[in-house]
Design a protein around this ligand. Structure first.
Ligand SMILES: [Zn+2]
Length: 48
């Protein structure tokens, strides 16, 4: 499970990658509706 931060509204949301890869995937923010590219810098891996 990873944590994404929306670059527009700043809200965070959980994201479960289907295959463990994050390259060139897009996620639609559930709060503001903005679609953004999932990049390493906006991902925090949840260790717990
Ligand atoms: Zn947003």
């Amino acid at each position: 499970m990873m944590l994404l931060k929306c670059p527009k509204c700043g809200n965070t949301m959980k994201y479960q990658s289907m295959d463990g890869k994050i390259g060139n995937k897009k996620k639609r923010c559930v709060y503001c509706g903005k679609t953004f590219l999932i990049r390493q810098k906006i991902i925090k891996t949840l260790l717990s």
